[in-house]
Design a protein around this ligand. Sequence first.
Ligand code: ZN
Length: 241
Amino acid sequence: MKKIRVTVWNEYRHEPAEPRIAEIYPKGIHGAIADFLGEEPDFEVRTATLDMPEHGLTDEVLNGTDVLLWWGHMAHHEVSDGIAERVKNYVYNRGMGFIPLHSAHMSKPFRMIVGTSGNLLWGNNQHEIVWNLMPSHPIASGIPEYFHLETEEMYGEPFMIPQPDELVFASWFEHGNIFRSGACFYRGLGKVFYFQPGHEECRSFYNENVQKIIKNAVRWAAPGEFTCRYPSSCDFFSKLV
Ligand code: ZN
């Protein structure tokens, strides 16, 4: 079986510094995500963190990555422009799938790839209901018409993103805000799925529907069989962006 090679990237700053976060995610957020993705026999999963050389995202790692997941929050500014640009190039020109999670809406690679600020309205932790807007979409496979998250950080509209190519999920928060919480973008040869749950103080990465959505998204975002018509064209295009 041809496996989907997944790299889970996390800035990994909250967990070592804050015991209450480490209690929720003792192996780090990347470890928790890698654990449930690792249950899938068709996934080959590895992790990378900000403090590794080249943030753990060397050309060797990205060459061996079909889908990159990204969790970052307090250290977006510490991500080098060059590595963010490298991630963008792998998405645009090599078809690497990219899944920015939660506060990755402000990360350099997300903003570079979709092309807008990623700003949004922000609030305290609240009850959230995630609504399934596109039950026929592969990312929504097996997901009910809605599901509850007991507590999540409120993200609200307006969300400064381009109009999504496909909007799979939208969320309601108990103080009345709504949010485009699961959005697909096609960029160059690659596919991008932004998904909102995953605040470090909450336990959303243990929610079975959240896990299923992320697994579905990995399979959706994995590149297909497309190969560049001319052997050097991917490298040629990469010089243009
Ligand atoms: Zn958060």
